[in-house]
Each structure stands twice: as structure tokens, then as C-alpha cells.
Design a protein around this ligand. Structure first.
Ligand code: ZN
Length: 251
């Protein structure tokens, strides 16, 4: 933990990259963790694939019974989300990039969040482009369809087989390229192109720290690897940071 503290304190520009693991303490299951939705049922991966989602109403139903429902109904950020807000408040955070679609960073108070995989707040009709807010979609369960044309309504999140939101990934890349430290929290770093960000950070001379339950392909190249939950780890690191900054308090 002292190491985590030293890394954050030494880096001038900290970019935090979060994945599903930071939201498990809020009750949202991740994908590939020990209790991940894909670990328990490999077929559930189809619910995140645009081809299956569009072609098969049963897949859309399963998507709701599975992870989407958890995400839609979770409103409570946890100490991991709050730690990122606190980092920002203390001027230690340059940018927050998230793979998460749950909006819990914003709920915790993070102001600027680059959501590289989109967000569940808005749904869009794949045929007529009609958009529907999450609250309305929840009333249309279990099989939400477009109210204008009756076709497939899709969450505004990036599924396998789709392009990423224009600009978000480019922006993330650029910011990571200028970072002093890339702090990865709760991501197995297996989904590209986001999984390529640590490569870019290392290539441009940044340090790399990873807090994740379970291993990642980057563990051997990271300056620090903490195999634990995001909430407790970040909370502890912040407490250390607080001790030091408390003695040199800034206006
Ligand atoms: Zn429509």
C-alpha cells in the first residue's frame, strides 16, 4: 500500500482507467471475475454481442435478466468510486477513463468521465434512431422495443461487434500518452482497444499500477500489482495520501 501511495504521489499526471471490478462492491457482477456473469455462464457472453442481440429476442430478454438489470437498478457508488472523486478533489487526478456503463462514477461525483464503452442512460432504436431514456425503458421490460417503430431498442453501450463511440477512444489514447502514471482499477485488461492503453502508457514512459482481483496480461510489466478489491485498496491508499497531504495542506 505504501508503494501505491508513493506511485500516486510521485506521478504528476495520473490517469485512472476503471473496469467492471470497481462496481462489484455496488452489487453489479463483473464479467470474468470469480462470480462474473460470463464465468458462471459462458453463453451469457452472447447478450453482449450485437449480432445475437439483434437477431434473437430471447437473447435480449436474457440480457435484461442478466447484467443489464443489475446495472440499471444500481444507484449506489462504493468506496472505490468515491476514492477516485477524492483523488480528483486533491488535484491528483488528470483524467478518468472507464469501461463501465453504469454511471456510478458520476453518481459518486466525478465530473469528467470518458466512457469508452458508452452508457446505459440512453437507449437507441437501431432502425429509426429514436432515443429513449433508461427510466422509460425500465417500464417497457421485459422486452423493450422502440415505441415509434416497434423494432429493436438497444442500450447506448458498446457491444461486441460494434464500433466505439467516436472520439472517446482517441481522447483516452492521447491522455494516456501524456500520463505519468496509469492506474488501472478493476479491469482484467482483456477487451481491446481499451486493453491496449497500458501498452501506450508504458511506451511513452508512464508508470503502470494495477488494482484488480485476478491477474491481467500486464502484471509482469507493471510497477505495482495489487490483487484485491478496488474499494478497500483505493480507500487505504487514499488514507495514506491523506496523512501526507494533511501535513502540507493546500489552500
Ligand atoms: Zn424505432
Amino acid at each position: 500500500m505504501q508503494d501505491a501511495h508513493a506511485l500516486v504521489a510521485a506521478a504528476r499526471r495520473v490517469v485512472v482507467l476503471t473496469g467492471a471490478g470497481i462496481s462489484t462492491d455496488s452489487g453489479i457482477p463483473d464479467f470474468r471475475g470469480p462470480n462474473g456473469v460470463w464465468t458462471k455462464n459462458p453463453k451469457a457472453e452472447r447478450t453482449s454481442n450485437i449480432e445475437y442481440y439483434v437477431a434473437d429476442p430471447e437473447v435480449r430478454r436474457l440480457a435484461w435478466q442478466g447484467r443489464l438489470r443489475w446495472v440499471a437498478e444500481s444507484r449506489e457508488p462504493n468506496p472505490g468510486h468515491r476514492a477516485v472523486v477524492e483523488l480528483d478533489r486533491r488535484g491528483a487526478l488528470d483524467t478518468l477513463v472507464t469501461q463501465n456503463i453504469d454511471g456510478l462514477h458520476q453518481a459518486a461525483g466525478s465530473r469528467r468521465v470518458i466512457e469508452v464503452h458508452g452508457s446505459i442512460r440512453t437507449f437507441v432504436c437501431l432502425d429509426c434512431g429514436h432515443r429513449e431514456p433508461l427510466a422509460r425503458v425500465l417500464e417497457l421490460l421485459p422486452l423493450p422495443a422502440c415505441e415509434r417503430c416497434g423494432r429493436v431498442l438497444k442500450p447506448g453501450v458498446v457491444m461486441f461487434g460494434e464500433l466505439l463511440p467516436p472520439g472517446a477512444m482517441e481522447q483516452a489514447s492521447e491522455l494516456v500518452g501524456g500520463a505519468g502514471l496509469l492506474l488501472v482499477v478493476g479491469s482484467a485488461l482483456e477487451v481491446y482497444p481499451v486493453a491496449g492503453l497500458p501498452d501506450e502508457a508504458l511506451a511513452s514512459g508512464a508508470r503502470l499500477a494495477i488494482v484488480n482481483k485476478g491477474s491481467t496480461p500486464y502484471d509482469s510489466r507493471a510497477d505495482l500489482v495489487v490483487d484485491a478489491s478496488a474499494g478497500e485498496t483505493l480507500g487505504a491508499a487514499l488514507a495514506l495520501l491523506g496523512d501526507e497531504q494533511g501535513s502540507t495542506s493546500r489552500p
